[in-house]
Design a protein around this ligand. Structure first.
Ligand SMILES: N[C@@H](CCC(=O)N[C@@H](CS)C(=O)NCC(=O)O)C(=O)O
Length: 202
């Protein structure tokens, strides 16, 4: 059975959780409590040398260590409710939006949060090395997040979903970047949350 290493409070595994919920995939989930430092243990380092979640372990023991690669794999193996595109053009457009949401959404939020939150003192970056926080990066992150919200609002005013006419992995990445919560969320909940978020902005 597929094994999914998850953490209920973190945005990157949440991307995978949302995809799993959309596609109703059955797999084994193992919680890794980041707040207790379980990802920094020797046992978890043997699973993922980068010491991050999510991780997906396949039946032959291969481990996928990145949410994007996990999403591509699961979407291919469980094709029902496709989220990454079915034609060359659709796949390319979704990948473009996905990269945009990654770089300008999730990474901007992380830059701001990890460089300012007390809980991340000396943990400004993930991984084995402790990096100190840089207040200027927190400030730059804050500005980037504001730009991201403006750009996202603009796009969603023109288009029901980011990559066109249907819900995709790019919407999931946008969602985890703007909605800090821990539960599994499907498309309808994303829409409701989006409406709530847009109303708050007004
Ligand atoms: N490229 C990775 C990034 C994963 C990542 O940054 N995960 C965070 C949680 S959102 C983590 O494991 N953090 C561990 C830490 O803070 O040390 C992916 O998208 O899967």
């Amino acid at each position: 059975m597929l094994k999914f290493y998850d953490c209920l409070t973190a945005p990157s595994p949440r991307r995978v959780r949302m995809l799993i919920a959309e596609k109703a995939i059955k797999l084994q989930t193992i919680q890794v409590d980041l707040s207790k430092g379980e990802h920094l243990s020797d046992a978890f380092r043997a699973i993922n040398p980068h010491q991050t979640v999510p991780v997906l372990e396949l039946e032959d023991g291969t481990r996928l260590l990145d949410s994007n690669s996990i999403s591509l794999y699961l979407d291919e193996v469980f094709p029902e409710s496709n989220l990454t595109g079915t034609s060359p053009q659709e796949r390319a457009v979704i990948a473009m939006w996905q990269r945009d949401m990654d770089l300008n959404g999730l990474m901007a939020v992380a830059e701001c949060f990890r460089n300012s939150s007390k809980g991340f003192r000396n943990r400004a970056l993930t991984g084995a090395v402790d990096y100190e926080q840089i207040p200027e990066l927190a400030e730059r992150g804050r500005r980037r997040v504001r730009t991201f919200f403006t750009d996202l609002d603009c796009r969603l005013a023109d288009s029901e979903y980011l990559a066109g006419g249907r819900f995709t992995v790019a919407d999931i990445t946008a969602f985890v970047s703007v909605v800090p919560s821990t539960s599994n969320v499907g498309a309808m909940q994303w829409l409701r949350a989006r409406v709530r978020w847009r109303n708050r902005e007004k």
